[in-house]
Design a protein around this ligand. Structure first.
Ligand SMILES: [Mg+2]
Length: 315
């Protein structure tokens, strides 16, 4: 199966709404909305670094797009399209069919169409660039947090990074299905991001761990922050094993793909109502302060002396 046959069979789904040409020309043409901006994000996933060699292709298709959609969610953007560039060791039809199924199942749920890309032979890696619309000036950024703002996080955190460690240790089979789904098929918080355009002062998605990603908000906004560790929405499954480990993992793990955001205290009631409407727990985990440091307070309100190291690329 050649490159063009492979694209036609697995990835060409005809004309796209947001791109009159669809795929197959030299470039994709994107028709922007009037008075809007286009948010663009890109992520590369490499075998052995970002996923296990035996990952289910359906899950890999889902996650490759999900990590990009999560970045769009963090900006309050509404996804509409993506480019897919893959390097494949071979043209395994069953593998490709399942990969495309996982990819498009998520894409279709968010009205996000494949606009183009590239394929080549080589070690397995997947690069996706995703596009979303946001009204001009409405994007959620990292640099808007103000001293006095509340700090919020969506969902539950710490479980996926623990699950990765368990897999490395050969104990993956013992993980619960809920945790496995959260790690392998994270749900980008698109609806939340869009609603937060009017409620949040800054936002980021949690890919590198709470402390690391909060560090980006703190740096860009030139503020400090306090986290109350006792109220962190830690993984219940992990807390049942070790409460202390659950807190450390929630602070320093990665791969959560939840949203961390700051918002003025007057928006508390509206944010609470939003969480109930989306059926997504939104937890107030601390506050933005003057200064430049991040302090984690224990259950008695005392600062933790030592903070767990956060996940870093190329570490
Ligand atoms: Mg991000």
């Amino acid at each position: 199966m050649g490159e063009f046959e492979l694209i036609r069979r697995f990835f060409d789904r005809g004309p796209a709404r947001r791109s009159p040409l669809g795929i197959g020309d030299d470039c994709a043409l994107i028709a922007p909305r009037e008075h809007g901006q286009i948010a663009v994000t890109s992520d590369v996933l490499v075998e052995g670094r970002h996923f296990f060699p035996d990952v289910a292709p359906f899950d890999l298709g889902h996650k490759s797009l999900a990590v990009n959609l999560s970045d769009l969610a963090a900006m309050g953007a509404e996804p509409f399209g993506f480019l897919l560039s893959v390097s494949l060791p071979g043209a395994d039809e069953a593998w490709l069919g399942s990969f495309a199924e996982g990819l498009f199942a998520l894409a279709d749920r968010h009205g996000c169409e494949l606009l183009g890309g590239d394929t080549t032979a080589g070690p397995l890696s997947i690069a996706i660039t995703a596009f979303g619309h946001v009204p001009a000036g409405a994007a959620l950024r990292r640099d808007g947090a103000q001293p006095g703002d509340d700090l919020w996080v969506s969902g539950e955190i710490g479980g996926p990074s623990w699950a990765v460690g368990e897999r490395y240790a050969g104990r993956g089979a013992a993980l619960g299905s809920g945790l496995v789904a959260r790690l392998d098929r994270p749900e980008p918080r698109i609806a939340l991001g869009i609603e937060l355009r009017h409620l949040a002062s800054a936002a980021i998605d949690l890919s590198d761990g709470l402390l690391g990603d909060l560090g980006h908000i703190v740096d860009r906004s030139r503020v400090g922050a306090e986290i109350d560790e006792a109220v962190l929405p830690v993984s219940m499954q992990l807390a049942a094993v070790s409460p202390e480990r659950a807190i450390e993992q929630a602070l320093s793990g990665g791969d959560d793909y939840e949203l961390l955001f700051s918002a003025p205290p007057e928006n508390r009631a509206a944010i609470g109502a939003l969480g109930r409407r989306l059926n997504l727990p939104l937890t107030r985990i601390g506050r933005i302060r003057d200064g430049a440091s991040i302090v984690v307070l224990d259950a008695r309100g005392r600062p933790r002396a030592r903070l767990p190291r956060s996940h870093e690329h190329f570490g």
